[in-house]
Design a protein. Structure first.
Length: 331
């Protein structure tokens, strides 16, 4: 089925429900707010105390279905995904989300939501593969009151097949040589597997300066020009005072593992599981997520000192990772 045949079928799902009368698995509650703020390093006093509100960006957290999903998931969304699977678009990656906030959520609020399939793009070709962007729009409510809108976009795509290395056509064939006496027979060299590139980071107007710094082997943090609070990841405005003005400071590169996970599954080309992903608290006080290297994945521990280094994964991609300072940690 080509694009001219498939896209009209996909467009027919626009406006149909993806979830109906869904409910949050838990009411808005202080422990989840505290865990969120600790993980994000967000010290805003509005999120603590008897009059606390939930961080607005937690909107999606209150409607997540967990591993078992939601009972309100609609048949139309499953049919759309199945149609894409049958067309060869068997892989999926989340690309971006947009949120709008109508009023704050507070501990004790019980959220409900409805989701609609907002749009399905024409067929697009990306570095990951060819597929379709599917956008859903979720209305989050408490009672009859709208508290926020959440748009979520995925790319459902057919992965690019691995390509064999290009053959060097400039080399001339070698003349056959006479075997020498007592010469050991040469063994065939193993064929090197084709190189699979890591996914590229999403660079936009809000974080372009960070990636320019990484390219120059500098880890730049944003600093609010009004209240001097450091922040990471990069944001268009200060989460503490709201000021849009900022400058940057370069991190010294020292830090400790605040938390971590070990990735075993799913396997993905260009990655070699199992490997450790750490939430690293930098000496400057902010936290960032990256790989912890230089020690076995099962020896990574909370509190382990790490040091920043930059690794070049190919000609175009350099990433900041954290090297374990000491390998003397035992289980």
């Amino acid at each position: 089925m080509d694009d001219d045949d498939l896209h009209p079928l996909l467009k027919a799902y626009e406006g149909l429900p993806a979830a109906v009368a869904g409910t949050g698995r838990d009411p808005v509650n202080a422990p989840m707010i505290r865990h969120w703020c600790e993980a994000m390093g967000d010290l805003n006093p509005a999120y603590t105390g008897p009059d606390a509100i939930a961080p607005p960006t937690m909107l999606q957290a209150w409607i997540m279905g967990g591993l078992s999903g939601h009972e309100g998931r609609a048949q139309a969304y499953d049919e759309l995904l199945r149609l894409l699977d049958e067309a060869g678009c068997t892989s999926v990656v989340a690309t971006d989300c947009e949120q709008e906030y109508a009023r704050p959520l507070r501990p004790g609020d019980e959220v409900a939501f409805d989701t609609v399939i907002e749009s399905v793009s024409p067929r697009k070709t990306t570095k990951l593969g060819t597929g379709y962007f599917v956008t859903t729009r979720t209305y989050v409510r408490v009672g009859e009151s709208l508290v926020g809108t959440h748009r979520f976009r995925i790319l459902k795509y057919a992965p690019v097949p691995a390509r064999a290395p290009a053959r060097d056509r400039s080399r001339k064939p070698q003349e056959p040589q006479e075997p020498q006496e007592h010469q050991e027979p040469q063994q065939a060299r193993p064929t090197e597997p084709p190189q699979v590139l890591r996914p590229r980071p999403v660079v936009n107007r809000d974080n372009a300066g960070f990636w320019e710094g990484v390219r120059d082997h500098r880890l730049l943090l944003q600093r609010c020009a009004a209240c001097a609070v450091l922040r990471f990841p990069w944001l268009p405005g200060c989460p503490s005072c709201g000021s849009p003005e900022w400058d940057t400071v370069e991190a010294c590169g020292e830090g400790t593992v605040f938390s971590y996970v070990v990735m075993h599954h799913p396997p993905f080309p260009a990655f070699d599981p199992p490997y450790a992903i750490g939430l690293v608290e930098l000496a400057e006080g902010v936290r960032m997520v990256s790989n912890v290297v230089g020690t076995p994945y099962d020896k990574v521990r909370i509190g382990m000192p790490v040091r920043l280094e930059f690794r070049e994964y190919d000609d175009e991609l350099t990433l900041p990772v954290f090297q374990a300072v000491s390998q003397g940690v035992t289980g």
